[in-house]
Ligand binder design. Structure first.
Ligand code: SF4
Ligand code: ZN
Length: 183
C-alpha cells in the first residue's frame, strides 16, 4: 500500500479513503499540499490534483474533524476552510457541501439520521415523504439512493421488499437495476 506522505494524517487502518486519494499516487509532490497562499504555483498544482480526486468529500470532512490547520485539503487552504465553516454556522456537513457544491454529503447525513436498521432492512423514521435539500425536493427513496450510491438514479426508485418505508440498499431499485434483475 502506498502511504500518503502529504498533508493527510497517517492512520494504522488497513485501508481507507486515503488509499484512493489522488495525492497518495505516485508522482505527486507532497510538498505542494503545504504551500502558503503566497505560493501561487504550488497552490495551483495542489488544486489541480485535488480537482480530480475521488475522495474530496472524505478528505475535507476529516480536515474539519481533525482541525487540520496546515495542509491544502480538497483544494482549499486552512484560511479558506475556516471562512466556509463559519458561514455554515460551524456545521461541518454543510461546510463540506457548500465548499464542494455537492449535496450528496447532506443527503448521506439525512439518511443516517433518519433511518433505523431492522434486520436486513433499514426503515425511514421521519414523518416526511419528501425532503427539500438545497431548494431541491427529493422523495425519500431518491434521497436514500443518492446517499447510498453517491449518484442519481435512472428513472424511478422503488422499494422491492415488503417492509413499509424500507430504504435499505438491497431493497431499492432504479430502472437500471430493475432491468438487470429481469434480464
Ligand atoms: S482532496 Fe486533495 S488533499 Fe484531499 S485527498 Fe484528494 S488530492 Fe489529497
Ligand atoms: Zn427492505
Amino acid at each position: 500500500m502506498t502511504h500518503h506522505t502529504g498533508s493527510i494524517p497517517d492512520t494504522h487502518r488497513a485501508t481507507d479513503w486515503r488509499d484512493n486519494s489522488a495525492c497518495s499516487q505516485r508522482g505527486v509532490d507532497p510538498d505542494v499540499f503545504h504551500a502558503t497562499e503566497a505560493d501561487h504555483a504550488a497552490l495551483r498544482e495542489a488544486r489541480a490534483v485535488c480537482a480530480g480526486c475521488p475522495t474530496r468529500v472524505a478528505c475535507l470532512t476529516s480536515a474539519y474533524q481533525e482541525h487540520d490547520e496546515w495542509g491544502i485539503r480538497a483544494g482549499l487552504t486552512p484560511r479558506q476552510r475556516k471562512i466556509i465553516l463559519k458561514k455554515a454556522d460551524r456545521n461541518i456537513t454543510r461546510a463540506v457541501a457548500d465548499a464542494l457544491g455537492d449535496p450528496t454529503v447532506l443527503l448521506k447525513n439525512l439518511y443516517w439520521q433518519h433511518t433505523q436498521q431492522a434486520g436486513r432492512h433499514r426503515v425511514w423514521t421521519d414523518h416526511r415523504d419528501w425532503v427539500n435539500v438545497r431548494g431541491k425536493p427529493f422523495t425519500v427513496n431518491q434521497l436514500a439512493w443518492r446517499a447510498i450510491h453517491g449518484f442519481a438514479p435512472e428513472g424511478h426508485v422503488v422499494r422491492t421488499c415488503e417492509v413499509d418505508k424500507c430504504v435499505a440498499d438491497a431493497c431499492l431499485a432504479d430502472d437500471v437495476t430493475r432491468k438487470q434483475a429481469t434480464a
